[in-house]
Design a protein around this ligand. Structure first.
Ligand code: FAD
Ligand code: NAD
Length: 466
């Protein structure tokens, strides 16, 4: 039996960051990962491959449509889907290898195989060929992530009915892709395939897209995506799917009941959320149970079992890579007796469509529900000189500040490159900034970031550039 200070189950952003931090802190760490490569959902079948396709498809559309021609660049691009997928796979391989390098650098052992908890401090790992290795440690961190939530009646086969992993590696452009769920995956991957030539219909159970996002920003994003050609069927439920070799017949009807309709698609993407993954983990051997949603509860990353910790998608909070990473750092700090902490009020979220949606902090809906008095400062990208010159004027920046103290409570952006700019407000809010603080800080001209400052100025009606 090999003995470690800490065993980490799962090699995604939660697990690999925990393992690297453990190594940095001088702990003897083992990271158990059953997948053939490190990096978890994020690197292999999530954040990174989706962003690779979003980037490539955005450039393809710009070149193929009127955008390049308007700039005076005349080209006649053709799509080489196999090459687009190849470069995506090569980038992913580079990134997963990068984690292996970081493991070696920080003296972390990657134990290849699926981990099973046998009891307090005890784990058995079963490799691909069935060989078993026994490990022991004082602390075990569960970082086993999540998997797509299935939809009864719409069985994912990854031939015609896909989950996100299937939709990231299609060998042809769909004629008609029906996406079930107008959340992050549905909008990002729906955008990819629309840009590459597919007709895309998004079916959403609720009467809005992106539940949880600020309502005004979600509406603006929906309008922009509809203008690009994505059809939205809101307040609609899917009751059944029948797939053949060539297509899928999808039965839909109004969520509140009514006349059914059949949608004919050659591919269907099921993107109705993800659920925690703890299959075959042996939780019962440390007397742990999941809740109804399959989630493992935590108190500052500790489970109820002594010496067993939990981080990332498998526990509460948003299912985001940077949240898993933050928890990894905080969990390790706590294991070595330091004061690691995650500020769950300030975890940014981004939808990488075009325009992008980025936000941090409270939405208007949340502030109203809390009865908190707030002021709004907004600034449209139509009035931002850099956005104008680049012909990227859709969207706005919105800053919500406390009515009395001016403290920034929430920031909601729809527009160009807002994913890269939301960090400014994460820093400001972490330091308890007021809208006036941002309003008084010089921003470089001409940049889109000026819109963020102007929105802060507009909390007191002081924007100078409209
Ligand atoms: P995971 O990344 O799921 O890693 C868990 C790992 O544990 C897996 O590799 C699994 O094989 C392994 N494992 C499970 N059980 C065992 C076991 N018993 N033994 C050994 N290994 C085990 N988030 C963002 O922040 N930004 C994005 O842009 C973004 N895009 C996404 C796009 C898509 C299509 C998807 C599906 C997700 C996206 N996410 C994004 C979410 C992000 O991928 C997850 O939040 C993140 O990967 C969670 O990290 P984790 O370490 O908790 O779990
Ligand atoms: P999601 O929770 O973002 O969206 C799911 C959508 O499906 C919601 O709008 C929901 O109302 C709808 N829905 C649920 N059941 C339905 C049904 N039966 N019929 C029709 N619609 C239904 O989930 P997702 O898009 O699958 O993404 C999963 C997770 O992955 C998210 O938690 C997200 O945080 C993460 N992710 C993040 C990014 C990013 O950060 N850019 C990208 C992709 C995925």
């Amino acid at each position: 039996m090999s003995n470690y200070d800490v065993i980490i189950l799962g090699g995604g952003p939660g697990g690999y960051n925990a393992a690297i931090r453990a190594g940095q802190l001088g702990l003897k760490a083992a990271c158990v990962e059953g997948r053939a490569t490190l990096g978890g959902t994020c690197l292999n079948v999530g954040c990174m491959p989706s962003k690779a396709l979003l980037h490539a498809s955005e450039l393809y559309e710009a070149a193929k449509g009127s955008e390049f021609a308007h700039l005076g660049i005349n080209v006649s691009p053709t799509l080489d889907l196999a090459q687009m997928m190849k470069q995506k796979n090569e980038s992913v391989a580079g990134l997963t290898k990068g984690i292996e390098f970081l493991f070696r650098k920080n003296k972390v052992d990657w134990i290849k195989g699926w981990g099973h908890i046998d009891g307090p401090g005890k784990v058995t790992v079963t490799g691909e060929d069935g060989t078993q290795v026994e490990l022991s440690a004082k602390d075990i961190i569960i970082a086993t992530g999540s998997e797509p939530t299935p939809l009864p009646g719409v069985d994912i086969d990854n031939r015609r009915i896909l989950d996100s992993t299937g939709a990231l590696s299609l060998g042809e452009v769909p004629r008609h892709l029906v996406v079930i769920g107008a959340g992050v995956i549905g909008l990002e991957l729906g955008s990819v395939w629309r840009r590459l030539g597919a007709q895309v219909t998004v079916v959403e159970y609720l009467d809005r897209i992106c539940p949880g996002a600020d309502g005004e920003t979600a509406k603006t994003l929906q309008r922009a995506l509809a203008k690009q050609g994505i059809e939205f069927k809101l307040s609609t439920k899917v009751t059944r799917a029948e797939s053949s070799q060539k297509d899928v017949q999808l039965q839909v009807e109004p969520a509140s009941g009514g006349e059914a309709q059949t949608l004919d698609a050659d591919y269907v993407l099921v993107a109705i959320g993800r659920r925690p993954y703890t299959q075959g983990l042996g939780l019962e051997n440390v007397r742990l149970e999941t809740d109804k949603r399959g989630m493992l509860a935590n108190q500052r990353h500790r489970t109820e079992a002594p010496g067993v910790w939990v981080i990332g998608d498998v526990t509460s909070g948003p299912m985001l890579a940077h949240k898993a990473e933050d928890e990894a750092m905080a969990c390790l700090e706590q294991i070595v007796g330091k004061a690691g902490q995650v500020n769950y009020d300030l975890i940014p979220s981004v939808i990488y469509t075009r325009p992008e949606l980025a936000s941090v902090g409270r939405t208007e809906e949340q502030l109203k529900a809390e009865g908190r008095a707030y002021k709004v400062g907004k600034f449209p990208f139509t009035a931002n000189s850099r956005a104008k010159i680049n012909h990227e004027t859709e969207g706005f920046a919105k800053v919500l500040a406390d009515e009395h103290t001016d403290e920034i409570l929430g920031v909601h952006l729809v527009g160009p490159s807002v994913s890269e700019m939301i960090g400014e407000y994460c820093v400001a809010m972490e330091f308890g900034a007021s809208a006036e603080d941002i309003a008084l800080i010089c921003h470089p001209h001409p940049t889109r970031s000026e819109a963020l400052r102007q929105a802060a100025m507009n909390v007191e009606g002081m924007a100078t550039q409209i």
